[in-house]
Design a protein around this ligand. Structure first.
Ligand code: NAD
Length: 477
């Protein structure tokens, strides 16, 4: 199977005629190819998007846009299992998780369909010879550079919002995970999305991705991925003054005080690092535990880690393979630092005997007594590796929690109401969850970071502000 680019509701081969392999991370085998696109393909997609924005799509009444996005949402939901199976095979995500993600993409389109005709400007009190109001307008053509960890979800949250606001989109999925997005775009077309409103161009980041970020016809760029690439994308977009939203990952802390409900929390902490094999920007990858309960927490959490099963995505294990051999080796390199630093491996999960040896597997690993300044407690490993760190006081916990360059998500576990409020304010992050982690990942909840976690917000109503610009109109009577 050779997947082509989706441009102006047509399937087009890369103009170079070249392709890239699509590999199943569960067995390391090549099973399809995608187009290896470059500047000319991006040029064609930006032209198609511009034509849509200047034409039928751009002039569609907000209520009609809303109804259309409802239809897209319903169509995506009808194809939930098909999309989930495609994404599970392409990314190595356990099937249950992929089903949740395929449901989430439909939910994003549903949420933003409902908002499309409720994006109001303001009237502004001013001296009486004037009437002043603001118009909230789409940017025009928006570029979306998507990573491989949650293709459907990240597509939904960014493209759903951008379309609802009236933009026309060009999407560059990650070279390691494209196929579910190509199918999602086809489903959107079948549901009636006009030609050019949504275009997907596959290829390498350094080729198609760089061409998209630098294209002067792109009016806004939404990027999710690594801080290093995010900076390059922001610099490329600055070349033509395009605003950028950057969602760059984190090293998110769970801060656990001795008065917390440990029993309820243990499976949440496990899931926060094992879900998607730890390849989640908001993974709870640091566990800060008050010393009085530290040993007990490590013992009980170790039992849960040891009970996890790692195997083929299609067998729906707790933990699937990592996305690629490169990513697995990166995680192994981090784990190679354990011995010399005197860090304890408290627990490891189990490997399914029938998982193919050629798959890119890494079992969930719990590290205990990780020094807060060590690389393993500072850098985004992007694998199922949890760093546990003891602390004594609230001040110390806060210092450790805020002591990385990131600030995306934090969990605070305590039954002390005053402490909940203090930490909610003082933790440096875009989201803080008290006595839970992620709150079910609701599409309604604004999401984004600070520092090396990036800037701008996606999800919720807040995303619509990012995908629009405000025009002030002052009429003198
Ligand atoms: P990356 O940031 O390089 O890739 C993300 C996306 O950017 C992909 O679509 C890629 O093709 C594109 N891209 C790459 N170079 C580009 C460029 N110069 N211009 C424009 N687009 C470009 O991530 P990666 O190399 O696949 O993974 C490396 C590390 O990034 C991971 O180990 C992980 O720590 C982190 N990561 C974070 C997230 C997240 O959600 N926060 C997602 C993926 C990767």
């Amino acid at each position: 199977m050779i997947y082509k680019n989706f441009i102006g509701n047509q399937w087009l081969s890369a103009m170079s005629g070249q392709s890239l392999p699509v590999v199943d991370p569960s067995d390391g085998q090549l099973y399809a190819e995608i187009a290896r696109s470059g500047e000319p393909d991006i040029e064609a997609a930006v032209r198609a998007a511009r034509a849509a924005f200047d034409g039928e799509w751009g002039s569609m009444a907000p209520a009609a846009r809303s109804r259309l996005l409802w239809r897209v949402s319903a169509a995506l939901l009808e194809h939930q299992e098909e999309l989930a199976r495609m994404e599970s095979r392409d990314t190595g995500k356990p099937l249950r998780q992929a089903m949740a993600d395929a449901g989430a993409v439909a939910r994003y389109f549903e949420f933003y369909a409902g908002a499309a005709d409720k994006l109001h400007g303001q009237t502004i009190p001013y001296p009486e010879q004037f009437t002043v109001f603001t118009l909230r307008e789409p940017h025009g053509v928006t570029g979306h550079i998507v990573p491989w960890n949650y293709p459907l979800q990240i597509f939904g949250r960014s493209v759903g919002a951008a379309l609802a606001a009236g933009n026309a989109c060009v999407v560059k999925p990650a070279e390691d995970a494209c196929v579910s997005l190509l199918r999602a775009a086809e489903i959107a077309m079948e549901a009636g999305l006009p030609a050019g409103a949504l275009n997907i161009v596959t290829g390498l980041g350094s080729e198609a991705g760089a061409a998209l970020a630098a294209h002067p016809g792109v009016d806004h760029v939404s990027f999710t991925g690594s801080p290093q690439t995010g900076r390059q994308v922001a610099m490329a977009a600055a070349g033509h003054y395009a605003p950028v939203t950057l969602e760059l990952g984190g090293k998110s802390p769970q801060i656990v005080f001795s008065d917390a409900d440990i029993e309820a929390a243990l499976p949440v902490w496990l899931n926060a690092i094992v879900q998607n094999a730890g390849q989640t920007c908001s993974a709870g990858s640091r566990l800060l535990v008050q010393r009085a309960i530290y040993a007990d927490v490590i013992t009980r959490l170790s039992e849960l880690f040891q009970a996890t099963r790692t195997g083929r995505a299609g067998d729906d294990p707790d933990c699937g393979p990592l996305i690629s051999a490169r990513q697995r080796d990166r995680v192994r390199d981090y784990l190679g630092l354990v011995d010399e630093a005197g860090i304890t491996v408290a627990a490891r999960g189990q490997m399914d005997a029938n998982a193919p040896k050629e798959g890119f597997y890494q079992v969930p690993t719990l590290l205990s007594d990780v020094p807060p300044s060590h690389k393993l407690a500072q850098e985004e490993i992007f694998g199922p590796v949890l760093a546990a760190i003891p602390f004594d006081t609230e001040d110390e916990a806060l210092r450790i929690a805020n002591g990385t360059p990131f600030g995306l998500v934090a969990g605070v576990w305590t039954s002390d109401g005053a402490r909940q409020m203090r930490l909610a304010r003082k933790v440096r992050s875009g989201q803080v969850f008290i006595n839970n982690y992620g709150a079910g990942g609701g599409v309604e909840l604004p999401f984004g970071g600070t520092g090396q976690s990036g800037y701008g917000r996606e999800k919720g109503y807040e995303a619509l502000y990012g995908f629009t610009t405000v025009k002030t109109v002052a009429i003198r009577h």
